[in-house]
Write a protein that binds this ligand. Structure first.
Ligand SMILES: [Cu+2]
Length: 471
């Protein structure tokens, strides 16, 4: 299948912008506005004091103090006082660096949720739920009211010579979205019944999104060797998943490039080993390449038939870079003979000033299918928190060959599609521990002229939502 010269040019422009962002940013380190607080990276703790959590004044050791400022305004920014900052589950660096699975985000990111400490153990509970009215425009559009949600808990502490951790993440989406998914123009991937592919719909997440355990030892003050095992879990592939990075989580919908970048976040069977050296991390995973099936409640048969590698670098507290490669064995049940080589590059950047925080993610992914086609996706998204307001925007360009159902003469042809979304949310009830916001956003989608009879010309869609967040 040929792709247009236009596509190629724009993809190249995207890739160039991404690499520029990656290589220019560390160079510009000195000029960057330093996030505040913390005004500087937390000092690495001594090897045998991996969890130097000192309870804050007024709390007794072992009392599970909340590491939480009282004011909602403050609590929206940074939860930890410098000296309270616990270290991570996979190495002796600030906990804030950790996002979904074993992925890294900038350390100056928001870490919403409830945090507790007891002895050397640190526990975090995080979750959100969106009630959404969804309208997708054009002939392929549809409407639905659904709930998108997740709750996760992580705990880790000293055990023997190292640090032991446990993670669990659950979603009620099998009930609040249902097998058919929710309407989302240009979205593809997985199925509702194991027979027909989901097109223009986003599948629900599984009930069990992560059940994982990890262990690390720290042979020197800034390094670690770690292992992570999940059933399900997230292999070392791609940027932090959209629902866990601040730039993307304010949108209650999934990016249309999800299956190019971060869709492996629920993999039934993951074994990861990694090495951390200061701001660098190198890790490799064995995992099951097949996407979750349409039965969203069960734990599926684990297999380790696919592999991935990821190199991560956090050169400053405000920047997280990664590049990764994965060989996915038979990811789609409906195309069992197709293997996919996935390559991703991403940068997540924070900028913070006067209590405002902006996070921007720029990501590129390519699925090279064993049939020979090369499909690329480009994503740029940004979310700004200013007081009680959240502003969000996302731009995507994806090459899709599965927008037309099997049997259609154009099925398998590659189309270059674009989507632009922008929206706003307001914290109507910014309380602790549950804060409520209302928001909405609009999207415009663009397909090649040839698909006008299918999608209409630039269909406009939108969602209105109420959001509850643990913070
Ligand atoms: Cu997902």
């Amino acid at each position: 299948m040929r792709k247009s010269g236009m596509t190629k040019r724009r993809t190249l422009a995207g890739a160039a912008a991404l690499w520029l962002a990656i290589f220019a940013a560390p160079a510009a380190r000195g000029d960057e506005p330093t996030p505040e607080p913390p005004a500087e990276p937390a000092p690495a703790p001594a090897p045998h004091a991996a969890h130097p959590h000192t309870p804050r004044k007024g709390t007794e050791a072992g009392q599970m103090p909340h590491v939480h400022p009282a004011s909602p305004q403050q609590s929206k920014m940074f939860h930890f006082h410098h000296e309270d900052m616990p270290t991570g589950m996979f190495g002796p660096y600030p906990l804030m660096r950790e996002s979904s699975g074993t992925s890294w985000q900038p350390e100056s990111s928001l870490h919403e949720g409830l945090h507790f400490a007891r002895g050397t153990w640190t526990t975090m509970v995080h979750g959100w739920a969106n009630a959404v009215w969804d309208h997708q425009g054009g002939p392929r559009g549809d409407e639905k009211i659904f709930g998108a949600n997740m709750v996760m808990g992580r705990t880790h502490g000293k055990f023997g010579p190292g640090t032991l951790g446990f993670s669990a993440m659950l979603s009620a989406e099998p009930w609040t979205i249902g097998k058919q998914g929710y309407p989302l123009l240009l979205q593809t991937g997985e199925s509702a019944d194991g027979v027909k592919p989901l097109i223009d719909r986003q599948h629900p997440h599984d009930l069990w999104m992560e059940l994982a355990t990890s262990y690390f030892i720290s042979p020197d003050p800034t390094g670690s060797l770690f292992v992570y095992a999940g059933l399900p879990g997230e292999p070392a592939l791609g940027p932090p998943v959209f629902m866990h990075r601040m730039s993307g989580e304010a949108f209650p919908e999934a990016p249309i490039g999800h299956h190019w970048l971060d869709a492996t976040h629920i993999s039934y069977g993951v074994l990861t080993a990694g090495l951390v050296d200061g701001s660098w991390k190198f890790e490799g995973s064995l995992f099951r390449g097949r996407e979750p099936d349409q039965n969203r409640l069960d734990i599926e048969q684990p297999r380790l038939d696919s592999h991935s590698f990821r190199l991560s670098l956090n050169p400053t507290p405000a920047l997280a870079l990664q590049t990764s490669y994965g060989r996915l064995h038979s990811p789609e049940a409906l195309e069992p003979d197709v293997d996919v080589d996935r390559t991703t590059v991403s940068a997540v950047m924070n900028a913070s000033r006067n209590g405002r925080l902006v996070q921007t993610t720029i990501a590129w992914g390519r699925n090279h299918e064993s049939t020979g086609s090369n499909l690329e996706a480009f994503l740029l998204e940004s979310t700004a928190r200013v007081g009680r307001s959240t502003w969000m925007t996302r731009v995507e360009q994806v090459e899709k060959d599965n927008l037309l159902p099997p049997g259609d003469p154009r099925a398998g042809k590659i189309y270059d599609v674009d989507k632009l979304s922008a929206g706003y949310a307001f914290d109507v009830w910014p309380r602790y521990p549950v804060s409520f916001a209302v928001g909405g956003f609009a999207s415009i989608s663009r397909t090649p002229d040839e698909l006008d009879p299918v999608y209409g010309k630039n269909p406009v869609s939108g969602m209105v939502f109420v959001r509850a967040v643990l913070r």
